[in-house]
Design a protein around this ligand. Structure first.
Ligand code: NAD
Length: 468
């Protein structure tokens, strides 16, 4: 189905970003270009394009204005794409999902068991966002539907926002701007600083923390980080052994950890007390990580000189006025009354570049799963992949077999497959689900049909797909 050149063309087209599905308003975005270039290792040995046995044309339903980059990828695969700018009411969704092989959504579409049980042909779901809790992942897995998302496409966007916030806090820029908007001219230099030579303490040195470290060093900052894992530093940054060590040395503390029970209120009263006088706190990770009432106390006491928050324990479900108020979080008005506090509505990863990168990442994950059976990156499913077939492997079929993870299944399956030459085979399980991929050589169309029929009749089978 997809030759390397077709994939090359689809990524090349994906680079011609546009803001509408009709392809107008092209924009050029260098970070995205460099992001996409990692996919463009095209001078490789040509590989065989596979096509599905007994599936017909691949139909994809895309909802919630999924990015144009993904649409381009699917069009270039020859898939039939049905695109909607918004989510669909449940009854319409149920109607539409009946026939499609893949569905692409963002956060508003709820793919519950009730909806998914109507999906007769669905093999994969793409969440063109980070979160996947809008999908019943367990039911999807039990139905043989692999779910993909894009957890890291917006790392750079978050890191850049944090750099902006470090400077904004150091220069009290938010306050000066608010003053000017209300007619006040307040030219001050007291307690306004350069960031050069200051120490940034990063808590959580993962995708975002490590990007931030590189950017901060380029701006002349010293970087230290604390992480529960031993992680090799980038540049001259240094890992410290304890959180307290980091807090006692950093002028700016920025959180980049996941929301876990261990990270709940990771920064609270004792941690603010351990920080340097006049230091700054930034949280663009998850709202549970910083104890906001304790932060308010530390700021009122003059211990902390400024804070930038992008995430909150409770966040409004939609945009609108009068939503960030005490009825949502009972400290909201206290927090808003403080000076040198930058508040943003969870926009760390919200950039055009991140959206187009998400389109490419999820679009290509779905394509690889549909065309090759490769489930690497699936969130609810065993991650299995086989190297591509060579062009000269014409009489080879790729078996994709999803089954319940119970004893004896492989024996039955291999009994069926072993009448032929099994070129390669890989199987893995996750919870109750197991996934087997195998390339079987020297088969003709009669053999393929017979393999399909035998596999379909095996007990504990969830789904069978054959690509040839
Ligand atoms: N504001 C936004 O719009 C936005 C966008 C993207 C991601 N995020 C959030 O940013 C956070 C970081 O994302 P990421 O992509 O860098 O994640 P990541 O998984 O790549 O990195 C997280 C790091 O935190 C470390 N860690 C985990 N528990 C820890 C603890 N108790 N103490 C110290 N370190 C710990 C991990 O070892 C890992 O290195 C996540 O919470 C993510 O949800 C926010």
């Amino acid at each position: 189905m997809s030759s390397p050149q077709q994939i090359a063309d689809s990524f090349q087209q994906a680079l011609n970003l546009s803001s509408s599905p009709n392809g107008t308003n092209a924009v050029s975005t260098s970070p995205t270009q460099s992001y996409l270039s990692q996919y463009m290792q095209l001078n490789q040995k040509p590989t065989k394009a596979l096509k599905p046995f007994s599936t017909g044309d691949i139909k994809i339903l895309l909802l919630e204005n999924v990015n144009q980059t993904a649409i381009n990828i699917f069009h270039n695969q020859g898939y039939q794409v049905e695109f909607y700018k918004s989510s669909l009411p449940e009854d319409e969704l149920i109607e539409k999902i009946k026939d499609v092989h893949a569905i692409g959504i963002r956060s508003k579409t709820k793919l519950t068991q009730k909806v998914l049980q109507h999906a007769r042909n669905l093999v994969t779901i793409g969440c063109f966002c980070i979160g996947t809790n809008q999908v019943d992942l367990e039911f999807a897995a039990k139905s043989g539907i692999a779910v993909f998302n894009s957890p890291f496409s917006n790392s750079r966007s978050v890191a850049e926002l944090v750099i902006a916030e470090i400077i904004t806090l150091a220069r009290q820029l938010g306050d000066r701007s608010i003053e000017m908007h209300t007619g006040t001219w307040n030219k001050v230099s007291s307690k306004c600083w350069e960031i050069r030579g200051k120490t940034l303490g990063i808590i959580g040195y993962g995708h975002i923390g490590s990007q931030l470290s590189v950017l901060a060093e380029a701006m002349g900052m010293n970087v230290i980080y604390y992480d529960i894992m031993m992680i090799m530093s980038l540049g001259n940054s240094k890992q410290v052994d304890t959180l307290d060590d980091l807090l006692s040395r950093a002028d700016f503390v920025s959180c980049h950890v996941p929301a876990t029970t261990e990270t709940k209120n990771l920064l609270s009263g004792p941690q603010f007390a351990a920080m340097k006088d006049g230091s700054y706190v930034i949280n663009a990770s998850r709202g549970t990580v910083v104890d906001i009432p304790a932060l308010v106390q530390a700021m009122k006491a003059g211990k902390i000189a400024g804070a930038a928050l992008d995430v909150y324990p409770n966040e409004p479900a939609k945009n609108g006025e009068d939503l960030f108020v005490n009825s949502l979080n009972d400290w909201a008005s206290d927090l808003c009354s403080l000076r040198n506090v930058i508040l943003s509505p969870h926009i760390g990863g919200s950039t055009e570049e991140a959206q187009s990168a998400i389109g490419v990442e999820v679009g290509s994950a779905l394509t690889k799963y549909i065309n090759e059976g490769n489930s690497t990156g699936a969130v609810n499913f065993p991650e299995v992949s086989l190297r591509a077939l060579d062009l000269d492997q014409q009489n080879t079929v790729r078996v994709l077999y999803i089954h319940q993870n119970v004893p004896g299944v492989l024996k039955t399956v291999n009994n069926i497959l072993s009448n032929h030459n099994i070129e390669k085979q890989f199987t893995d399980s996750q919870g109750e689900i197991a996934y087997l991929m195998a390339d079987i050589s020297d088969v003709d169309i009669t053999d393929i049909k017979s393999l399909y029929e035998q596999l379909e009749q095996t007990p504990y089978k969830i789904a069978t797909r054959l690509l040839y």
